[in-house]
Structures are given as structure tokens and as C-alpha cells.
Design a protein around this ligand. Structure first.
Ligand code: SF4
Ligand code: SF4
Length: 256
């Protein structure tokens, strides 16, 4: 039985691809983006998260916390267990919804991911993956209906500085996806102080005929509470201004 470590399963999501989707967050990511909005998904192993504001001081920590102050993020689940949860939403998917495998970096658990996609496809479910594109597994990519991938920073030195890895492989993998004609939605996070050379990213992506859409993701301090619960320092970034986002909008595109 194939199993993996799942951080969370979000039902009825409208932010992780087209239509209404079930998003399965797999734990583990080899990148360390300075602004990571899912910091609980970087470590592959389950982790304790502590939200002091929810603690009622009952002193029963050894029996399990019922107030939600101490939670373990990460649970080993089999393919069948994940599929059972996904199928609860199937009636709501309509023509364009489905399941999105996200993370973390879902390809870090590639055997599990592959088996999950097989199980969902056998049920006729649209499958999308959200990936950093640091890995390239053609067998898996050929099976998915949509890839959502980031080209976070154009300059390689800055990419290394803020994500911990070079972007050379990522750029190559974008080109390899194009050779396989796999539909891609490409994105760039807009982090004030870091985000630059969006024009170069946009030009590069426009050359790839499989990139259906290029969008910008403004920084959102979603990860702040989670960082605190994990005992990680705040990232110190701020939300980009409306004016800054408007300035960059000219680089986004949707392929006709
Ligand atoms: S069990 Fe939860 S609410 Fe009770 S003391 Fe422990 S952390 Fe606080
Ligand atoms: S690739 Fe995604 S999950 Fe991994 S560190 Fe970056 S933002 Fe976080």
C-alpha cells in the first residue's frame, strides 16, 4: 500500500486552479523561499504547531489538545484514504473543477503523487499539480491536465539568495513542459524589495506555447501565523501597493 505525508486537504477551494477543487497539500519542499506562505509544508516530517492564543490552560497536553492550540501538521495517509476524501467533493467539480496536488513540493513524494494521480484519473477527475518545477518527472507530467508553476525570480543569484536553489533547472523544466505540450499556468510572487525583471520572465514565458496564462501573486501575510506557530521568525515582507501591482499588470497575459 503506497502512503505519504499529507499536511492538509482543503475542500471546495476556488484558489488552486480552475473551478471548484479539492487541494491536497503534501509535506516536504527542497526550497526555502523567504516569503513562504506554507512554511508548515517545508519539512517532510510531521511537526508540532502551537497557537498560544487558543490555549485555555487546561493542562491536559499529554492527553491531546482539544482547543486547537497544539496541532500536529502532517499525517501519514494511504492513497485510498486521500481518494476517499477527494471523492466527497466530486459532485461539486462540474466541468472544470477537480483535484490539485500542492505543497510544499508535491514531486518530493513522487511515488505517492503518481499513485494519487492514477487513482483520481481512474475516477475521471481533472488533476492539476502546483509545483516549483525543481523536479521533472515526465511520466507524472504526462498524466496531469494542468501544471501551475512559478518562475519566482529571473536573476539566478537572487533566486539562490531568496529560495535557496538555482533557477536554471526550473527554466529548463519550463521548456521541457513546453516540448511535452502540457498546459501550464505560470506565476510569479510579487514581493516588494525582491520582485524585479518581470518583463524578462514574461518574455521567456510568452515564447512557450503551452503557457496558457501568466499571473502575478501579490505577497500575502498568510504564512505569518503559521511561522509563529512553528517558532520561525517573521519574514518581514509587506503587501505590495495597488500602484505597484498596477504597474506590473502589463506583463501578465492570457493566451487567446
Ligand atoms: S491541551 Fe491545549 S489548551 Fe490545554 S494546556 Fe495544552 S495546549 Fe493549552
Ligand atoms: S516552493 Fe512553495 S512551499 Fe516551497 S518554500 Fe517556496 S513557497 Fe514554500
Amino acid at each position: 500500500m503506497i502512503s505519504g505525508i499529507v499536511a492538509d486537504i482543503q475542500r471546495a477551494s476556488v484558489h488552486d486552479g480552475p473551478g471548484i477543487r479539492t487541494t491536497v497539500f503534501l509535506k516536504g519542499c527542497p526550497l526555502h523561499c523567504a516569503w513562504c506562505h506554507n512554511p508548515e509544508c517545508i519539512e517532510r516530517a510531521p511537526q508540532l504547531m502551537y497557537y498560544p492564543e487558543k490555549c485555555i490552560g487546561c493542562g491536559s497536553c499529554d492527553k491531546g489538545c482539544f482547543s486547537g492550540a497544539r496541532v500536529i501538521c502532517g499525517k501519514e495517509m494511504s492513497v485510498e484514504e486521500v481518494l476517499k476524501e477527494v471523492l466527497l467533493d466530486k459532485d461539486y467539480y462540474g466541468t472544470d473543477g477537480g483535484v490539485t496536488f500542492s505543497g510544499g513540493e508535491p514531486f518530493m513524494q513522487s511515488e505517492f503523487l503518481n499513485a494519487l494521480i492514477d487513482a483520481c484519473k481512474a475516477e475521471g477527475i481533472h488533476c492539476a499539480v502546483e509545483t516549483s518545477l525543481i523536479y521533472f518527472d515526465a511520466e507524472i507530467f504526462r498524466k496531469v491536465d494542468l501544471v501551475m508553476a512559478d518562475l519566482k525570480i529571473w536573476d539566478d543569484e537572487l533566486h539562490k539568495k531568496y529560495t535557496g536553489v538555482s533557477n536554471e533547472k526550473i527554466k529548463t523544466h519550463f521548456c521541457q513542459l513546453s516540448e511535452l505540450h502540457i498546459p501550464v499556468i505560470a506565476r510569479t510572487p510579487v514581493i516588494p524589495g525582491i520582485c524585479q525583471e518581470i518583463d524578462k520572465i514574461s518574455e521567456f514565458l510568452k515564447e512557450l506555447s503551452n503557457v496558457e496564462k501568466y499571473e502575478l501573486l501579490p505577497y500575502h501575510p498568510l504564512g505569518g501565523a503559521k511561522r509563529e506557530a512553528l517558532g520561525i521568525e517573521p519574514d518581514g515582507f509587506t503587501i505590495p501597493s495597488k500602484e505597484f501591482m498596477e504597474e506590473l499588470e502589463k506583463y501578465v497575459f492570457i493566451r487567446e
